[in-house]
Structures are given as C-alpha cells and as structure tokens.
Design a protein around this ligand. Sequence first.
Ligand SMILES: Cc1cc2nc3c(=O)[nH]c(=O)nc-3n(C[C@H](O)[C@H](O)[C@H](O)COP(=O)(O)OP(=O)(O)OC[C@H]3O[C@@H](n4cnc5c(N)ncnc54)[C@H](O)[C@@H]3O)c2cc1C
Length: 318
Amino acid sequence: MSGILVVCEHEQGSFKKTAGELLGKAVELARALGTTVSAAVVGDVAADALGGWGAQQVYQVAGDFSSYSGTRTAAALHAIATAAAPDVILAPASYAGKDALPRLVARLGSGLGTECTDLRVDGGVVVGRRPLYAGKAFADVRVTRGVAVFSVRANSFPVPAMGTGRAPVQTVACTSVDPVVVVERKAAEHKTADLTEAERIVSGGRSLKSAESFDAVVRPLAATLGATVGASRAAVDAGYAHHDEQVGQTGKTVNPTLYIALGISGAIQHLAGMRTSRVIVAVNKDASAPIFEHATYGVVGDLFEVAPKLAAAVARLG
Ligand SMILES: Cc1cc2nc3c(=O)[nH]c(=O)nc-3n(C[C@H](O)[C@H](O)[C@H](O)COP(=O)(O)OP(=O)(O)OC[C@H]3O[C@@H](n4cnc5c(N)ncnc54)[C@H](O)[C@@H]3O)c2cc1C
C-alpha cells in the first residue's frame, strides 16, 4: 500500500484530537493526489474506529507504550512504515513527534518538515508550510528524497465529525529491545492540561504582580472559558505561574484558536511561542505595547478591571 500514513496518538484508551485533525486533512490531500489514507497506531487501543475519520487501513504495533521511549516508538513507527510503504507520513508535532520522528526519518533515509501549520498539494506532491524566525516568515517545505514526513502543530486543522466506518487493523510485529529501563514514574506535582494541544489559552504576565493575583485573575477567566492557563517567562520566573505553563521560545509553542494575553508586553521570545494563534486578544494598559501589533482584538486598559468583567460576561452567555 502507498498513500498517506497518519500517526494517530492516543492516551488512556482514546485517540487525541490531533488524530482526527490529521486524518481529516489527509483525506483531503489524498483526494487531490488520487491516493489512499492509512493510520499508524503504536500501543494497545481499539483502533478500528479510525475508519470513521477516513482511515482505510490501520497498522498497529501492540504492546504497552505508556512509558514513553523514543527508541521503542521510533522502532515501532519504522516497522509500520515498512509494512505500509507510504509516500507521505503525517504526525503531530508533540513531544513524541519531536523526539521519535527524527529517529524514524533517519532510519528511512528521507526528509522531515517540522512544526507545519498547513499542508497542501502542489505539483503532485505534499508541501508543508511552517513558521520561521518566531513566526515572522513562513517556509514551504518539500521533501525531495524518499518518504515525505511532516510534523504538524495541534489545532492547525478542524476535527471532522467521526463517522461510523470501521477500518481493518493489521498488527505489525516489532521486537525492538529498549536500552532504557523505566525504574519509577512520578506524576508532576502540578498537573495541567497540555498547553500545546489547547484550543483556548488565557496567559498572564509580570503585570499580575503576585501568585495570589495570578490565581485570582488569570485562572478564573480561563476556567470560565474552558481554557488552559499560560504565562510569560517573567511571570514564571517571578513564581506567579508554574514552569510548565510558560509560553514562548524557552517554553511551549502553542497554536490555539483563541489566545488571551493579559498584561503581556509581546516580547519576541513570547511571540515565538504563540504567534500562530488564530485569534489573539491582548489586554494591556500601554497602548504602544508590541503585543497590539499582533493582536486580532486589543483592549487598552487595566487587566485587573477588564479580566473580571470579561469573565462575568462569558459566564452570562452560559
Ligand atoms: C533567551 C531568552 C529566552 C526567553 N524565552 C521566553 C519565553 O519562552 N517566554 C516569554 O514569555 N519570555 C521569554 N523571554 C523573556 C522576554 O524577553 C520578556 O522579558 C518577557 O516575555 C516579558 O514578560 P511580560 O510580558 O510578562 O513582562 P513585561 O515585558 O514586563 O510586560 C508587562 C506588560 O504588562 C503591562 N501592564 C502592566 N500592568 C498592567 C495592568 N495592570 N493591566 C494591563 N497591562 C499591564 C505593561 O504595559 C507591559 O506591557 C526570554 C528572554 C530571553 C533572553
């Protein structure tokens, strides 16, 4: 089988929404190319339902992969790629996408377009579009040798409604010996929803002045909107927010539909992590703050007044 192979990640028995996003896009690309769509699944999970998102065939390496290992995951993906022999592989730009995918591509001897935010067919091949220089420019990436592999940021495409179709599942053997032995797993003291996959984010900056006011202003607005909390590095360094909430060059790269920046100046290192957000709302009392150059909507005002009013207005909408 050739065609487009989509790496479908899952957690606690359910597929992540990136699986739906990428399968939906793959169906569109495959239609333009006149080719097929299949799914790659690593680990134990019922996978035939991926047919409802358009996969015509599922290739699965069974086993417990809940303790992540780049070596094992790359070996499993390589076994699947060998069985499926695709022309194109699409995968999420998740931590596994960042770690296991380059190892896979090295084994395939092909090329990788990373962190794409769009994909299209041009001249009979898939071309990936990815931001460069903290989102100041975009590059169109073509892979000129072997299987074209692209990693794609979450929230780049809509998730199609899941149909009732079922796809046949082919089990693929993979007997990789992992040099890493997991001795113990400890849950993070502070567990947040994954920022990189969040559809809505409310972030706070240094202007929050204390952890108490960050908790009193940023978190309630996020909760009202069903959003995940983010922060600037200044807020994290000052101890107002947790390290895993940092957005930016040395934090997480996010791509939500809605990004609300409360009292964040818009430094280039912060923009690097959130510039591709679809709608950016900035609240800042300085009308000349650089964040306004990138905001879809801007409120010049005091966040301590604006954020509670916004939360109350959203709550009224139900
Ligand atoms: C190598 C390197 C890597 C970095 N990586 C990151 C990174 O990953 N992420 C990141 O965020 N930064 C990063 N930085 C830091 C970055 O340069 C900025 O210092 C930081 O983003 C500033 O955070 P801030 O916007 O919260 O604070 P400030 O720049 O101090 O801005 C505060 C803003 O709040 C506004 N304000 C103040 N009070 C109020 C109020 N009551 N209501 C409304 N607005 C108000 C002010 O007008 C101002 O615009 C990095 C820097 C370096 C050198």
